[in-house]
Design a protein around this ligand. Sequence first.
Ligand SMILES: *[C@@H]1O[C@H](CO)[C@@H](O)[C@H](O)[C@H]1NC(C)=O
Ligand SMILES: *[C@@H]1O[C@H](CO)[C@@H](O)[C@H](O)[C@H]1NC(C)=O
Ligand SMILES: [Cu+2]
Length: 699
Amino acid sequence: MIIDTSSIAGYAIFREEPTDAVPDLSKSRSTHPLNQLSIEEIRAASKIIREYAGSKPLKFNCLTLREPKKHEYVAFRDRRGPRPDRRAFAIILEKGTPNIAEVIVNLNQSVVEDWKVVQDVGPILTLEDLDVCERVARADPRVIEACREIGITDMSKVYIDAWAIGFDHRWGTERRLQQGLVYYRNSESDNQYAHPLDFTVILDTEKEEVLAVDIRRVNGERTAPSFEEHNYMPDYVGDSYEENRLKPIDIVQPEGVSFRMRGSELHWAGFKMHIGFNYREGIVISDVRLDDHHGQRVRKLFNRISLAEMVVPYGNPDHPHQRKHAHDEGEYGMGLMTNSLKLGCDCKGAIHYLDAIMCTSSGEPAVVQNAICIHEEDNGLVYKHTDYRDGTVISARDRKLIISQIITAANYDYAFYHIFTLDGTYKLEVKLTGMLNTYCLHPSETAAPYGTEVAPAITAHNHQHIFSLRVDPEIDGPNNSIVQNDAVLTDAPLGSAENLYGNGFYCKKTPLRTAKEAAANYCYETSRSWDIINPSSINPSTKKPVAYKILNNNCPTLLAKPGSMLAKRAAFARKSLWVVPYEDYQLFPAGDYVCQSTGELGHPYNKTIADWVAQDGSVENTDIVCYIQFGLTHFPRTEDFPIMPAEPVSVMLRASNFFVKNPALWVPPTHIAVDKSSENAFAQKQQVCCGKSDVPSKL
Ligand SMILES: *[C@@H]1O[C@H](CO)[C@@H](O)[C@H](O)[C@H]1NC(C)=O
Ligand SMILES: *[C@@H]1O[C@H](CO)[C@@H](O)[C@H](O)[C@H]1NC(C)=O
Ligand SMILES: [Cu+2]
C-alpha cells in the first residue's frame, strides 16, 4: 500500500499514492469515535474541502480528527446516546491571500459543516514549511555575503535550523515568519552545533523569501567561527567505544505481554483506555478507567490526558537571542515532529507499535510508522515486608505500562513516557536529550552570566523547559473539585496545652473554588500538592471525598519579567497549576495559534489560559480541566556537549484515599517465605521470585 518513501526535513514520512476515488466510508467497520482519522478519511475530507473551495488554491496546515463533543461521546460510551458522526478539522491557508480558514467536515454526511475565516493568527509551522528555510536561505545573496565576510565560501557546508520567530514587531502577523539559526559543518556528518555562526535569517514562509539577515556585531565586529570539531558520531568517536565492557541485556517476556489491544483501545492490569494521536499534541490518552478489585467495579479516572504545550525560553537578553523561546507544540506540533521508532533501540522487550496518520500540505495522508510505542517494564518492588522475628517475607513486583513517543525539535530531542503502574498511578516522564543550542563567543565576550562555555569559544545559553500537562479528570465521575494540601505546623504555640511539645503538624486543606483561586504555585516549604476530589464519592474509611493527588515538585518559575513578551506569550508557564471549567475544544493554554502570537488578552480568534482564567469560572463540584506545569531550568554543562545525556523530569497523579486499601493487593507476590503450617495453597507453592532469566552472577 505504501508506494513512495520521501523524506521531509529528514523525518520518515511515507506517502500514500494519491487517488481521486472517494472511499465508501459507510462500508468501513465502525470506528472508535476517538480514533485518529484513517488514511481513507483524510482522503475523503480533503476531497470534500477542495470541492467546497472550488478553484481557490489551498494549502492544508492540518487535517485531523474533530473529536466528538464530550457529552456526545460520554452518552455514546455509556450507551445512552447514538454513535457520534465522524468529523475532521482542518486549518487551511487560501494561497496568495492572508485568509486562514478553520473547516469542519462531517464525514458521515460528506459535507463541510463550517468554514470560518480567522485573522491575525499564525498557524503552526509544519515540517514542509520549515523545509523552506535552509533551501531559500542558502541561496540568498545576503546570506552568502554574510558567510563570505567570515571566510565561508562553500555554501554547501552551511546548515540552517528553522525556528519559529517568537514575535518580531517589524512584521506583526501579516507574514508567516521563521528564523534560521546558522551553522557550519566541516563535512556532512560533522556536528554543526560546534560551529554556530553569528547571524540569523528571517524568512517569509509563503513567499519563500529572505526578509532580513540579522548579524550580531560585537563592538562593530563579526565573530569568527570556530572550526574545531566536537563530534559524537562513530566516524569520529568509534575508536573509543569499549564493546566488551557491557554485556548485552535482553528483556524476556516468554509468554508475551500482559496488555491487550482492540484497535486503539488498551486493557492492562485492570486499566482501560484509548490511545489517540494528533499532529499537535502527539499522544492523547482518553477514557482511563480502572477495575477496583475491592469494590468489584470499574471506576473512572481521567477523561483525557495530553501534553498541551511547552516552552523553551532562553535567558540571554542580547538581540536576537530574545527570540529564542520555542513553543514546540503550538509552533511545530508534537505529532508532526514525532520519530518513527525502532525495535530494541527506543524501547526494549515485546513492543506494540501504533502508526500516526497525519496530512501533507496538499491534503494527502502521511503516515509515520511506529510513532507510538506501547510496552511493559519491570518497576522494582510494589511492596515488601519482612517480619524481623521469624523472617517471614512477602514481596511483590511492580511493573510499568509505558505509552511513548519521541520528538525531534531541531537541535533538541524529547522522549515522552506516559506511565501507569500497578498502584493506580499515572506519571508523565519526559527525557531531554539531543543537542544544546549553541552560539559563538566573540574574543571580547565571556559566556557568563547568560551561558556556559561548553567548548572553547562556544557558549550554550541558559534556558528553561516548561511543559504543560493537560488532565481532564473524571475522578469517579465528571464533577470534581480541587483542594490544595500544605503540610503546616499546628498554630498553637510550643508549651500550650494544644501543642505542649511543639511537634504538631497537619495537612492544611484549602479548597480552590474558582479559576483565579486555583492559579497556584508549588511551595517547597509546605510540600504542596493538590487533590482532585469528587465531593459526592466518599471513602467509607476516611469519610472524606476520594481523590487523586497531583504531585508536581519540578515546577520552575518562568524566568521572565512581568509585562515582557515572553511572560505574555508563555503566560501558561507562570503558574504550576491552572484549573478551569471544561469547555469543548478548549485545549491549548498558549492559544490555538502560537506562532507570532503576542499573548495579549482578548484576541478574537486566539484565547489563552489568561483569558479563560480571567472569566474566573467556578471549578467546584463541576467538570474541570487541570493544566499542570513542570520542567527544569537548564544551565548547560560541559557534560551536555557534544550530545546531551538524557535528563528526566516528571509529574505524577497518585490515588489518595481513592481506594479503600492498597490497590495492588491482587498482584500475586513473587516471594513468600512462610511458616510451613500455612493452609493457603498459594503460600504452599513456595513461589520463588526468579524467572528463567534470573540467574546468579558468574563473578
Ligand atoms: C459514521 O462513519 C463511521 C466511520 O465510517 C461509521 O463507523 C459510523 O457507523 C457512521 N455513523 C453513522 C451514524 O452512520
Ligand atoms: C454534575 O454537575 C452538574 C451541575 O454542574 C449537574 O447538572 C450534573 O447532573 C452533575 N453530574 C453528575 C454525574 O453528578
Ligand atoms: Cu535544556
